[in-house]
Design a protein around this ligand. Structure first.
Ligand code: NAD
Ligand code: TYD
Length: 339
């Protein structure tokens, strides 16, 4: 079995590569990644020398390059993680989100048609469903919840999902889609809430909470997401969408306070800043379908996962300190100065 994993030098793709190399030593795994600001070869260091693993640098939106890769590698399965993934960046610069997330997905789908594959899996997000109101805790996203996007990021991901489903219906391409809630864990780029708060806390820097900090996210430990994708690509039904989430809802403020307390810092570090435009209030997944059809359920509770994650950031300072000492500083100033 040969799998091309796109975006494997990023957060979730990197964890997925580690997981698959470990679990299926006889598989061949080819990681295709453009190495944008979010891609990091150090994330792949533990698997770089493993037999059956190969890294290729390239852009999923580069048709000539992608076709050549398919011709050379003849993959059985494609798992597409590659994306621009940060909502705030999509608000300041939407163009690259359309290019990578929509055009890039289109190029991969065309390559699958051209060369033939057993399965194309699209890694999508619960953000395609928009948000839920805070005063209706009884509501959850199911696979039939209408798409109702808020940010250029989520709109680009929803567009990609529609393309994937269209290629299934029109060209009979064997596709699956997963829509997961917010992930956390090792190798998470420190522009996102949890790693940003851990890094700032450790550096005694202010913790920028958007608005009132009352927005709710449904947090899933990244390895639980990887296990779900593994189940879907092997046993999921072609043409289907699977929601992934573990009923771990927390307000942003609860998450930030958990991190502060775990690191023994002062809650005075919290700084309320101007809210994100169009900020989604609550995401919450109903994972009944993947549970009933494939037997998936999350294994890591938030309280355990957040401890393990903080531990990882404490033990792997060189991984994230290198990131925040470079170009990231300009990003941080642009995003947070005078906010
Ligand atoms: P990330 O930003 O950490 O990693 C993205 C990776 O894709 C990077 O390695 C980057 O170099 C690569 N990449 C970007 N553009 C590329 C291109 N044109 N060609 C090839 N590679 C390219 O993102 P992540 O958080 O790991 O998210 C991975 C996927 O999971 C995304 O599709 C995202 O929409 C989805 N997702 C993320 C979450 C989450 O909480 N992070 C939740 C649900 C779904
Ligand atoms: P983020 O990690 O960017 O994920 P997403 O927007 O895709 O859910 O943000 C998670 C939540 O944390 C979101 O409600 C925005 C909020 N947030 C802050 O309050 N401060 C920050 O500095 C960041 C990055 C996010």
């Amino acid at each position: 079995m040969k799998i091309i994993v796109t975006g494997g030098a990023g957060f979730i793709g990197g964890n997925f590569v580690h997981y698959m190399v470990e679990k299926y030593p006889d598989y061949e795994i080819v990681c295709l990644d453009k190495l944008t600001y979010a891609g990091n070869l150090e994330t792949l260091e533990p698997v770089m020398d493993k037999p059956g693993f190969k890294f290729v640098k390239g852009d999923i939106a580069d048709r000539e390059f992608v076709y050549k890769l398919f011709e050379d590698e003849k993959p059985d399965i494609i798992v597409n993680f590659a994306a621009e993934s940060h909502v705030d960046r999509s608000i300041s610069d939407p163009g690259i989100f359309l290019q990578t997330n929509i055009i890039g997905t289109g190029v991969l789908l065309d390559a699958c048609r051209e060369y033939g594959i057993k399965r194309y899996h699209q890694v999508s997000t619960d953000e395609v469903y928009g948000d839920l109101p805070l005063d209706r805790p009884d509501l959850f996203f199911t696979e039939t919840t209408p798409l109702h996007t808020s940010s250029p990021y989520s709109a680009s991901k929803a567009s990609a999902d529609l393309l994937v489903l269209a290629y299934h219906r029109t060209f009979k391409l064997p596709v699956t889609i997963s829509r997961c809630s917010n992930n956390y864990g090792p190798y998470h780029f420190p522009e996102k809430l949890i790693p940003l708060m851990i890094a700032n806390c450790l550096n005694d820097k202010p913790l920028p909470v958007y608005g009132k900090g009352e927005n709710v996210r449904d947090w899933l430990y990244v390895i639980d997401h990887c296990r779900a994708i593994d189940m879907i690509i092997h046993d999921g039904k072609v043409g289907e969408v699977y929601n992934i989430g573990g009923h771990n809802e927390r307000t942003n403020l609860q998450v930030v306070e958990t991190i502060i307390d775990a690191l023994g810092k002062s809650r005075d570090l919290i700084q309320y800043v101007t809210d994100r435009p169009g900020h989604d209030m609550r995401y919450a997944i109903d994972p009944t379908k993947i549970h009933d059809e494939l037997g998936w359920e999350p294994t890591t509770k938030f309280d355990d996962g957040i401890k393990q994650t903080i531990e990882w950031y404490l033990n792997n300072k060189s991984w994230w300190e290198k990131i925040i000492s470079g170009e990231y500083q300009n990003y941080y100033d642009k995003m947070y100065k005078d906010r």
